[in-house]
Design a binder for this molecule. Sequence first.
Ligand SMILES: [Mg+2]
Length: 200
Amino acid sequence: MNEETHYQKNAKRLLFIDRDGTLIKEAPPDYQVDSFAKLAFYPHVFEFMNKIAGECNYELVMVSNQDGLGTSSFPETSFWPVQNFIIESLENENIHFNAVHFDRTFPEDHAPTRKPGIGMFTDYLNNQLYDLANSFVIGDRVTDMQLAKNLGCKGIWLNNNSSLGATEIKDTIEVIKSFIVLETKTWKDIYEFLKIIPTV
Ligand SMILES: [Mg+2]
């Protein structure tokens, strides 16, 4: 067994999963899920995330931009009850996230931590524990697919509103598309795609 094979065999593969528009529905017009009245889960997310968590060999990482979280425009007290409910609801279906990363900045801050920036994910880079080349970003926005490129992962585009997020893209859509391995509107398709990838 050579070094490369050894590395591939032991490194963990990750699914970086967006929250709003992916696990739950987007909440226009302000796109701020700050009350239970604005919470709706993405169709069939429990059914197929349960299968992905149980049958496919990935660690789950939640990644989300929450613009202005902790400021007066988006107080913590209106965010955490809903977020905690989402996590508990998923855990009740055996869907466990190993890590949760929120960026709290606004787009105009141009922070390196804001998706599609990789400032929240430096621990995963150049780390032999992780096999990023065989990991995926799952998200509904073009910026999630840009994140996949920036991390050296592949993108699974849950494309239910493709115009959103285009302003923060640094590459052409053609470049981004070269990192997208699946474009779909359903979690069923995502499960079926991941299921046939050989476990290493
Ligand atoms: Mg989203």
